[in-house]
Design a protein around this ligand. Structure first.
Ligand SMILES: Cc1cc2nc3c(=O)[nH]c(=O)nc-3n(C[C@H](O)[C@H](O)[C@H](O)COP(=O)(O)OP(=O)(O)OC[C@H]3O[C@@H](n4cnc5c(N)ncnc54)[C@H](O)[C@@H]3O)c2cc1C
Length: 396
């Protein structure tokens, strides 16, 4: 029997688990990664990401529910857990009814927490008059462990891993595709999965004489900063608090935050620092922190998260890619190419799920009809200019 060949472009949160899954299913997979998994330039650096089932829309909550068994399967595959349940508090005045309804619809009802009791459920959280939901099914993805474990398993299964290798273009044929590399060489395969995160726009459009894929999607990659806070003198710098989604009040910024063990408590705002130059990763590799943003986050901790020592332990800057409507962009674009991008800042919790889902699509499957209605790369029609509007956390 002929072994099918696949090239996965991008060894990040989505591409790497998909490469592992395809290799495990008997494909001969080459994984081409411009840097290396977990590096600072794309979207997958750092030790943790928040996961949750809560969402304002039932179809998304259903897809989120699918991430848990997928993470369990991936954990078994690589020999260590890739996530930890901590629960999370979701506080808001606008989105609570819709989130509660979505969680009910998937059979994971959440408890309502009255405004004056939030500091009991999330120790030290300053009450601000808004109720919250206690979301039991939430916690932290061990991002670095997941990536390193998946990479180790991929290589052990015979996968061909090419780090420090930049893809410059893709030629999509009817029965095979060719991936062009920056050193002038190329690779061919039956199927290509394009999962290049913030590097996707240049590969869709084509650059430096290399061909594009001839489809346009309104992607905007942004740079964002997270800050780790806590007591630098303590073995555990912050108490083992749950996750937090503190939606915006008025024009203020919303907060997402999670426990990180020895690294401190990690917190970010739903406000990117800036879009990437020229709308793509390209050569925009500056990941310097913004001292003003660092202080903005630190002072927010001091004001609202009173159980945590408001000292900055570390900062981290990375990218995420807005899709224009806040939904992922996933599907087959050519007989030999599958596209997966537009993570909209919440794709890591889907890493294990996407490994299996994208492998199904590469193998010719249709995907879930409801998800594909929302994730279809062609859904934008002619509206392919980036919107420039950033979705606030909990509000899409
Ligand atoms: C500050 C911050 C906080 C976040 N918090 C959360 C969170 O709490 N929960 C959550 O679920 N998600 C979170 N995310 C989002 C999550 O990290 C992303 O959704 C996820 O990493 C996207 O996966 P991806 O595979 O699409 O892209 P990536 O993980 O970026 O992977 C793409 C890979 O492609 C490679 N690549 C790019 N161009 C090329 C090329 N030309 N040739 C070869 N390789 C290429 C890149 O180097 C990269 O490794 C956060 C993101 C940021 C920046």
């Amino acid at each position: 029997m002929t072994q099918h060949r696949a090239i996965v472009v991008g060894g990040g949160a989505w591409g790497l688990p998909a490469a592992l899954e395809l290799q495990t299913r008997g494909w001969a997979v080459t994984l081409v990664e411009r840097f290396e998994p977990g590096g600072p330039h794309a979207s997958n650096g750092g030790s943790s990401r928040l996961w949750r089932l809560a969402d304002t829309q039932p179809w998304r909550a259903r897809s989120l529910a699918g991430t848990v068994p997928a993470m369990e399967r991936l954990g078994e595959r690589i020999g260590e857990p890739v996530f930890r349940r901590t629960g999370a508090l979701w506080r808001d005045d606008l989105s609570l009814p819709a989130v509660a309804e979505s969680l009910d619809a998937i059979g994971h009802p959440a408890d309502r927490v009255a405004a004056d009791r939030v500091g009991e459920v999330f120790t030290g959280l300053r009450p601000d008059g808004r109720d919250a939901l206690w979301v039991e099914q939430a916690g932290v993805v061990h991002a670095d462990r997941l990536l390193q474990g998946a990479l180790g398993a991929f290589r052990a299964a015979g996968g061909d891993y090419r780090p420090a290798t930049r893809v410059t273009g893709i030629e999509a044929g009817e029965s095979s595709a060719r991936v062009l590399l920056a050193d002038g060489s190329s690779l061919a395969a039956d199927q290509v999965l394009l999962a290049a995160g913030p590097g996707t726009p240049e590969l869709l459009a084509g650059s430096g004489g290399a061909p594009g894929l001839g489809i346009a999607v309104p992607l905007t990659p942004y740079i964002e900063e997270v800050v780790y806070v806590g007591d630098p003198g303590a073995a555990l710098p912050a108490p083992d608090l749950p996750g937090l989604i503190d939606c915006a009040v008025g024009d203020g910024a919303g907060v997402y935050a999670m426990p990180n063990g020895a690294a401190g408590y990690k917190i970010g705002l739903d406000r990117p620092l800036r879009p990437l130059a020229h709308g793509t990763l390209g050569d925009d590799l500056d990941r310097a922190e913004d001292p003003e943003r660092t202080e903005q986050i630190r002072s927010r901790v001091e004001r609202d998260l009173t159980a945590i020592v408001p000292r900055v332990l570390a900062t981290q800057v990375c990218t995420w890619t807005d899709s224009g409507d806040g939904d992922f962009v996933i599907g087959r674009t050519h007989p030999t190419v599958v596209l997966a991008c537009g993570d909209s800042g919440e794709g890591f919790k889907y890493a294990a799920f996407m490994g299996e889902y994208l492998a199904d699509i590469v193998e010719g499957g249709p995907g879930d009809a409801e998800y594909q209605e929302h994730w279809d790369p062609r859904r934008f029609g002619d509206a392919t200019e980036p919107s420039g509007r950033v979705s606030a956390i909990g509000r899409h």
